[in-house]
Design a protein around this ligand. Sequence first.
Ligand code: NDP
Ligand code: MG
Length: 380
Amino acid sequence: MKLKIALLGSTGSIGRQVVTCVERYPERYEIVSLSACSNAALLNEQIKRIKPRVAALENAEKASLIGDIPDGTELVTGENSSLKAVLNDADLVFVAIVGFAGLKCVLKAIEMKKNVALANKETLVAGGEIVTRLAAENGVEMIPVDSEHSAIWQSMYLNKNTSFKRLIITASGGAFRNVPIEELKNLKAAEALKHPNWSMGPKITVDCATMVNKGLEVIEAHWLFNCPYDKIDVLYHPESIVHSLVEYDDGALIAQMGYPSMELPISLALSYPERLAGPPRIDLVGKTLHFDEIDNKRYPCFSLVKDSAKAGGNMPCALSSANEEAVGLYLKDLISFTEIYEYLSYALDKTPLKGADYQTLVETDAAARRLVKERFSNKH
Ligand code: NDP
Ligand code: MG
């Protein structure tokens, strides 16, 4: 029996790598549905090649770019069409959508009792409390795809019932890790997108440069591994070979190492508990590994994300959604790199602390985006 996969966000960096991993083992996997937002040209190609039962395109204005569709494929378009790609007969819902938009898809998959391979970290940042509770109530497995969380998950395989002392998440430092701090404000998005180790979508690549990404990952780890924040540390590790570690009470550090490519965590999320050949391999001969503390002066956003986590409730959602908007402005070169921090700080200050039920999160998401847009139009 093939594993039937609903692939949400198929046109993105992660989504395309899921397709690669699936096509390597056609006897094991079948993609039954695809979803995309605006990249109709690529979705069109994927539809022709994969022949899914359902293909969803959020941006209906782009639907005319989809040509003839194969018999047996249904095309759905418009806002929330991704939800229709969560099919009843899927065994696994792979959520590779970016941003808050992933949350409703994850909740839908859980409601339909589908296991979730979760690349979209913003889902757990905003909705970790409801997602983990509902997943447990519905017997749904959340398989981590983010490389650090996959590494922690792999490092716990043999020690499932052993309590651990702390989790150590590694951080590459992003594109600007060696730039003098006083020059950061002048650096444009095109520079931030040149990540030294990883090839990823634009939003997460900027998040690496600001270290917002690592803050989001701390929150993600808190929910995935039910781990208090004071037991999660982050270490700067510029080589991106050790993807994260678990420290046990006897001092043992169990890590997962490998070539910095998302293909391994994606492949494992599909084949677990088996491991399949295919992802790129690394030769350790001649490699040197460094670890250091995070430089809080260089990465002020990192502390801000952690502050939102400590505040709890809807605050991580506000931070994450404000960040989506601010990064969107930076990617268009409308604000400077260092202004991202100011926008996040402003949005957090203006957000009243509330609970984290779904309706509050939807309102918080909208309000945080509004705050960023308002501040931008007042300043420009
Ligand atoms: P990309 O920007 O490359 O891709 C995002 C995908 O989501 C695209 O398919 C896009 O469609 C779709 N999408 C965007 N907005 C919406 C929406 N409102 N509704 C439905 N679909 C939407 O991102 P990445 O692949 O880099 O990242 C995806 C997620 O995985 C993020 O949460 C990221 O943090 C996480 N992640 C990514 C890693 C990486 O290596 N890339 C590593 C670890 C985690 P379209 O292209 O058609 O507009
Ligand atoms: Mg990561």
